[in-house]
Design a protein around this ligand. Structure first.
Ligand SMILES: Cc1ncc(COP(=O)(O)O)c(C=O)c1O
Ligand SMILES: C[C@H](O)[C@H](N)C(=O)O
Length: 347
């Protein structure tokens, strides 16, 4: 990238910096030494704050990234001969390089289609009942992503319907919450209403996309599944020795409320961009904008022209198309520049 290049980032909420609330707590945690490997005061406070926030006495673990969170959580929810049902666009299927299969020692992902990136009870039941012979990896876990990979969200009713299917077939329910905060903001729902109250057994809650440098929280509402989980984290190289530098920024998000306001802002920016795109002639969205990402079809020449104007975005997520992701620090000014450039390159 040449020095005169001034890249403009809308590829992912992973490109944003650390939000002020998280930075403040990081610096505070750096004022004194503390115990290692999660035995510090900050980690205890953060775990307690999660239990207060979710109004549930859940087990809480911190790992470095979302692939580790999903892979390790899933490895604790089924055995190697089981299968995990997920959407065909699920991140665990498309973007974790076999991590879930690896850390579960072989559990197979069974994928199901579904409109707007969402699993359906019918799609789940079709996979569960497809076969019952010994040669078929027995379904044991449903994994859904909230908000989804294509920027949509599951309603409480949709989640309850999936839980009913899980109960019918004795399946466990994993939630990839890479953008869980965005779903809470979108649905104006509490964390409890979108997790244990609809039967979620384990949630992988991303801090990275919510304003942290890194750091994901794994919450087990079904605490039996958390037995010896800390050993799984250690063995996978996910037990941070200076854990406080993961947990303290998390506490900053939770105690300040920034976990929600950051998501509300990102969602609002996505709606602004979505509205602006739909006002452009010949531009149509690929999916409804319900969280912080916007998917749009653009002709190849326009894609190349935008890249030449230093815009960064992905075209491999979901069902193709161009994905723009808004974050806690996305500005209207940046989006206006993008909209102007898109209009220019389409002329
Ligand atoms: C839906 C979803 N799940 C999980 C992840 C975790 O990925 P990573 O391992 O890059 O933190 C991501 C990444 O952004 C994601 O978009
Ligand atoms: C796609 C990439 O893996 C990342 N999960 C993102 O959404 O930007």
């Amino acid at each position: 990238m040449t020095s005169e290049c001034t890249p403009r980032f809308l590829a992912s909420d992973n490109t944003s910096g650390i939000c002020p609330e998280a930075m403040d707590y990081l610096l505070e945690a750096n004022q004194a030494d503390d115990l290692a490997y999660g035995n510090d005061r900050w980690t205890a406070r953060a775990a307690d704050r999660f239990r207060e926030m979710f109004d549930f006495d859940c087990d809480v673990f911190f790992v470095f990234n979302g692939t580790a969170a999903n892979s390790l959580a899933l490895s604790a929810m089924g055995r190697s001969y089981h299968s995990v049902i997920c959407h065909e666009l699920a991140h665990i299927e498309t973007d974790e390089c076999g991590g879930p299969e690896f850390f579960s020692n072989g559990a197979k992902l069974l994928t199901s289609p579904g409109a707007d990136g969402k699993l359906t009870p019918e799609g789940i039941e079709a996979l569960v009942t497809k076969r019952s012979d010994i040669h078929y990896p027995k379904p044991k876990v449903i994994s859904l992503t909230q908000a989804t990979e294509v920027g949509t969200v599951y309603s409480r009713e949709e989640l309850l319907a999936i839980r009913a299917m899980a109960d019918k077939y004795d399946l466990r329910l994993h939630m990839d919450g890479a953008r869980f905060a965005n779903a809470c903001a979108s649905l104006n729902a509490t964390p409890a209403e979108l997790t244990w109250q609809v039967g979620v057994d384990a949630l992988c809650f991303s801090g990275t996309k919510n304003g942290l440098a890194f750091g994901e929280a794994i919450l087990f509402f079904n605490r039996e599944l958390a037995e010896d989980f800390s050993y799984r984290c250690k063995q996978a190289g996910q037990l941070a020795s200076k854990m406080r530098f993961v947990s303290a920024p998390w506490l900053g998000l939770l105690e300040s409320g920034a976990w929600l306001t950051n998501a509300q802002h990102a969602n609002a920016m996505a709606r602004y961009l979505s509205d602006g795109l739909q006002a452009l002639p010949g531009v149509s969205l690929m999916f409804p904008t319900q969280a912080n990402s916007v998917f749009v079809e653009l002709p190849p020449h326009a894609i190349e022209a935008l890249k030449a104007r230093d815009w960064t975005f992905y075209t491999f997520i979901g069902a193709g198309g161009v994905r723009f992701v808004c974050a806690w620090n996305t500005t209207v000014e940046l989006l206006d520049q993008l909209l102007a450039d898109i209009q220019a390159v389409l002329e």
